[in-house]
Design a protein around this ligand. Structure first.
Ligand code: ACO
Length: 329
């Protein structure tokens, strides 16, 4: 087994109060049903940010909770790595807004764009910076205001997503606890199966973009589903191999929460019974890069992850990007 370099010192989450249930779609004129959504995805409700609640404010709430639990002050942070697909402004990064909000004056802050696998990517960056001796205390955040970028007239996507943030303090490993193995990968040849076609620098926002709604998320649902199942299975195997462990050594699998059928297929491949799999997609929908840290934080809070637990984190998202991590707590 690999000697860990970095560990999660503490986690936190920032969740909007406002809840939207599957039944609420009728009130905005979406032709769908609770039955369709639950059967296809397992989602029953999701949190939706109120006006004024931004990617940065949700990230700050999650960060403050993680920092308080870790006994870390803003001035202790060497680095802030914020994963998001929903930057509050196109320039500068939301990470620097978060830095200012926290008063983390010593930190280097930057965003990363790796969609639903972003928390795994961000934690891998934190681990590498700690290994290189470039940082000691890193704040890793996954924060998303998905409600700003989904097309609320497209029933095939708008029912799937939710808003929220999760955060972790990553520090040098102690007493054999920490990241035992990890894996990240992407395949840009498949980018157009899940993307926002316009509104960026290649096709800046104009009247055409406004009219054809091409700044919203477009997704080939079935294709994404197939790739998600395949890639999350591969990612589980690769992180376990890197840690030189098998699924029998894992106490809890925490997969990205996009769809309960993807989660079940991943668990089946990894040979993990569903009572060893954390599922909260029913209450949050898909919160992209926030989903894994929110689930991890809940699992720690409810005692499903305890000192000595070995946990497998696995994510997949737009890009496509995917990744996994075995962590001993
Ligand atoms: N309510 C009712 N009917 C709907 C809805 C809705 N919200 N959305 C689509 N339908 C209809 C379609 O119009 C279609 O009708 P038709 O046959 O008359 O044309 C029918 O339902 C079937 O549509 P499909 O898209 O084929 O349904 P499918 O069984 O593939 O389920 C879903 C769709 C849930 C999106 C599924 O493909 C999926 O979960 N894919 C993965 C997508 C995902 O999770 N993406 C998140 C980002 S990546 C990640 O995080 C893993």
């Amino acid at each position: 087994m690999k000697r860990p370099i970095a560990q999660f010192a503490a986690t936190g989450r920032g969740i909007p109060e406002r809840v939207m249930t599957n039944h609420d779609f009728a009130s905005i004129g979406i032709e769908t049903s609770d039955e369709w959504i639950v059967e296809r995805t397992g989602i029953r409700e999701r949190h939706i940010a109120a006006p004024g609640e931004t990617t940065c404010t949700m990230a700050a709430a999650a960060a403050r909770q993680a920092m308080e639990r870790a006994g870390v002050h803003a001035g202790d942070l060497d680095m802030i790595v914020l994963s998001t697909a929903t930057t509050d402004r196109l320039l500068p990064s939301t990470a620097v807004d978060l830095q200012a909000e926290l008063g983390a004056t010593r930190a280097a802050a930057f965003d990363i764009s790796a969609a639903c696998a972003g928390f795994i990517y961000g934690t891998s960056v934190a681990e590498a910076m700690i290994a290189a001796g470039s940082a000691e205390t890193v704040l890793v955040v996954g924060a998303e205001r998905m409600s700003s970028i989904i097309d609320w007239t497209d029933r095939a996507t708008c029912v799937l997503f939710g808003d929220g943030a999760g955060a972790a303090i990553v520090r040098p490993a102690k007493q054999g606890r920490g990241i035992l193995g990890s894996f990240i990968r992407s395949d840009g040849a498949l980018a157009n199966l899940l993307y926002r076609p316009a509104g960026g620098a290649a096709h800046p926002f104009d009247e055409q973009v406004l009219n054809d709604r091409s700044f919203y998320v477009k997704m080939a649902g079935r294709e994404v589903f197939k790739h998600a199942v395949r890639s999350m299975a591969e990612a589980c195997d690769r992180a376990l191999d890197a840690a030189k462990l098998t699924s029998a050594d894992i106490d809890l699998l925490i997969p990205h929460q996009a769809n309960v059928r993807i989660i079940e297929a991943t668990a089946k491949h990894a040979n993990m019974p569903m009572d060893k799999v954390y599922v909260n997609v029913d209450r949050y929908g898909n919160t992209s890069s926030a989903s894994i840290p929110i689930a991890l934080d809940e699992a720690i809070e409810t005692g499903r992850v305890q000192e000595g637990s070995t946990v497998l984190l696995v994510g997949f998202g737009a890009g496509f990007t995917w990744g996994s991590m075995v962590v001993r707590f």
